[in-house]
Design a protein around this ligand. Structure first.
Ligand SMILES: C[S@@+](CC[C@H](N)C(=O)[O-])C[C@H]1O[C@@H](n2cnc3c(N)ncnc32)[C@H](O)[C@@H]1O
Length: 266
């Protein structure tokens, strides 16, 4: 199957806010509720921070910040600084997390675009959960190359893969979208979920489209190896594991402080 780069609804900033929020809630429902994907991502980031003696975990492209949300439920993280950020920061979710955990959660409320220089991504665990497939193919190698000079531990976790089976499973998320209003009944936002999942049921169908496009945008394990090699990463320092429905890539970047920012991505 060839890689393809079509648009995803969750990248369309002109969507009505309530509809956009429903798309992110379906994502959360699938990856934190139905699957324990986000929980495992949080454990992964935490153990990388402990192993490498880093006290900052940056959740890039955080959306509703599922990683930070899982981490604040963990005991003994008072020494950590959790930094959710996104190209389109979810102000409400970030603010609530910060208010509940002011010592630990330190969100960035302004847009953080990975394709632009980002000096903040230094000496931290940088977690990309479901984000790398949003980066256009031609920008991935420059971004990996810049990350590789950041002295950070980089963890890329993708909850989908480029396979027919993963596309089939992604299409089943239609039912998750239709069930969302029932499962999230005790949370604020019932009216918008009722409207966008039942009355005008656009959110479940748009989520299925996003899921299938996300599969087509994924790199295979071999493409990851080729991309990392092209970016100058020593493959012996990289862990790559892929299954029929997910991919994990992790490596420790070198520390070159003269070259900290993500540059050359444009
Ligand atoms: C599929 S969502 C994943 C959200 C969240 N990480 C999760 O797992 O629920 C992808 C996120 O990547 C963000 N994103 C897309 N392009 C980006 C860029 N160039 N820089 C930073 N974030 C970006 C989007 O705004 C979106 O929130």
């Amino acid at each position: 199957m060839k890689p393809r780069y079509a648009f995803e609804f969750c990248d369309v900033t002109s969507l009505p806010g309530g509809l956009r929020e429903c798309l992110y809630e379906i994502m959360e429902f699938c990856n934190s509720g139905l699957r324990s994907f986000n929980g495992r991502a949080a454990e992964d980031a935490l153990s990388a921070a402990r192993e490498h003696g880093l006290n900052t975990i940056v959740e890039v492209g955080a959306g509703r910040a599922p990683l930070t949300t899982q981490l604040v439920r963990t005991k003994c993280i008072d020494d950590l600084r959790l930094v959710p950020c996104d190209l389109v920061p979810n102000q409400e979710v970030f603010r609530t997390l910060q208010q509940l955990h002011p010592q630990t959660v330190d969100p960035i409320f302004t847009p953080v675009d990975l394709t632009q220089p980002q000096p903040l991504l230094r000496k931290a665990v940088i977690a990309f959960v479901g984000v790398m497939h949003h980066i256009p193919f031609h920008l991935r190698v420059p971004i990996i190359s810049a990350l590789h000079r950041s002295g950070s531990v980089v963890i890329v976790l993708e909850p989908l893969a480029r396979s027919w089976r993963s596309m089939f499973l992604a299409s089943l998320s239609l039912f998750m979208g239709l069930l969302l209003p029932l499962f999230y009944l005790s949370r604020p936002g019932n009216l918008r979920r009722f409207v966008w999942c039942w009355l005008i049921p656009l959110a479940p169908w748009m989520f299925v489209w996003d899921g299938i496009v996300s599969c087509l945008r994924q790199w295979t394990a071999q493409e990851w190896r080729d991309g990392l090699r092209a970016a100058g990463v020593d493959l012996s320092t990289v862990e790559i594991s892929s299954s029929l429905h997910s991919t994990r890539v992790c490596w420790t970047a070198t520390d070159n402080s003269r070259d900290t920012a993500i540059v050359g991505a444009r």
